[in-house]
Design a protein around this ligand. Structure first.
Ligand code: GLV
Length: 342
């Protein structure tokens, strides 16, 4: 029987085509687009496959990875992989791959769209229009904050927390707005590129000085609730928070209090702590722009993410080193050698 690739949800067609061209049997879970794959179907799919292609919506834990000794790899279609228990995958000899790089520009563009939307109150103004409330132009209608120099002539300060590929791409775009750019990386990554444009700052200084704080670190135990009540209190009352990284980087309940009590001016969130749920009160706030995790969602980028995931999946299937493996040390383990020899 041919080898089997299990895809947890329908990924863009170019990725599926590539998987099918590999000669493997490809199954896409028949999950409901809104509910996602059930745990039961996920367990059954993994038990029967040689390579798993999951999305960030599925927790890939020890129980799941233990059901099949013939699982040769996991090829996630996303750059973030906090849903996968990597130490366990490595212990069990399972290579895991992601799709880095291809979504950098798309996500950085979207970060800017969010920043501008919240600072200039675009969703609020749109809702006002479609509700038929626009009766007369007024000099005080929807006053927002400048992003560029504006009438004050004073450069705004952009604070980038997490200076990997996406953080650097956000910095490059800030050049056009004559901003002062501060950067802080919780893992001391400095100089992926564009580092000559930024001033390195410690976390507290960045929070205190920035007009816009934008978050781009991976979610790890170190970055969980990095933005908590204390951090929000350090920010300027005129500042905005942008999060297109992962929801749990922000303590969402504390953010609701901060927005409600005007500790900060506003927030734009593409990700949520307990996605797809939102913290109580968040949806009622006019100074929050809320978006359903679509920062990398351009047609081209999602297609390329799918073909990258497929390329990695095929490498796993062929017992070759996957181009985007995140736990390369796995290839030197006895557990991996045993697994591929089966
Ligand atoms: C999206 O959030 C990704 O990690 O690719």
């Amino acid at each position: 029987m041919s080898e089997h690739i299990f895809v947890t949800r329908r990924i863009p067609e170019p990725g599926l085509e590539l998987l099918r061209d590999s000669g493997a049997r490809v199954t896409v879970s028949q999950s409901d687009e809104e509910q996602g794959v059930t745990r039961q179907d996920l367990l059954a799919g993994v038990a029967d496959c040689n390579v798993l292609v999951p999305l960030l919506t599925e927790p890939i834990d020890r129980e799941l990875m233990s059901v099949n000794d013939h699982l040769l790899g996991i090829a996630q279609m996303a750059v973030g992989y906090n849903n996968i228990d990597i130490p366990t995958a490595t212990e069990l000899g399972i290579p895991v791959s992601n799709t880095p790089g291809v979504l950098t520009d798309t996500t950085a563009d979207f970060t800017w769209a969010m920043l501008m939307a919240v600072a200039r109150r675009i969703p609020e103004a749109h809702n006002y229009m479609v509700a038929g409330r626009y009766k007369l132009w007024g000099p005080n209608l929807f006053l927002g904050a400048d992003i560029g120099l504006g009438a004050s002539g004073i450069p705004k300060v952009l604070g980038i927390v997490g200076y990997g590929r996406i953080g650097a791409a956000v910095a490059r775009r800030a050049q056009g707005f004559d901003m002062e750019i501060l950067a802080h990386d919780p893992f001391n990554r400095k100089g992926i590129d564009a580092d000559d444009m930024v001033t390195w700052a410690d976390f507290e200084e960045l929070l205190e000085r920035s007009d816009f704080v934008t978050l781009h670190p991976p979610l790890t135990p170190e970055t969980h609730h990095l933005i908590n009540a204390a951090a929000l209190k350090r920010m300027k009352s005129t500042a905005y928070l942008i999060n297109a990284a992962r929801g749990p980087v922000v303590d969402e309940a504390a953010l609701v209090t901060a927005l409600r009590e005007d500790w900060i001016a506003g927030a734009a969130l593409d990700v949520f702590e307990d996605e797809p749920a939102m913290a109580p009160g968040l949806a009622e706030l006019s100074n929050a722009v809320l978006i359903p995790h679509i920062a990398s969602a351009s047609t081209d980028t999602r297609s390329k993410m799918a073909t990258m995931a497929a390329t990695n999946a095929i490498a796993h299937l062929r017992r070759e080193k996957a181009p985007n493996v995140v736990n390369p040390e796995v290839y030197d383990t006895e557990a991996y050698r045993r697994r591929v020899a089966r």
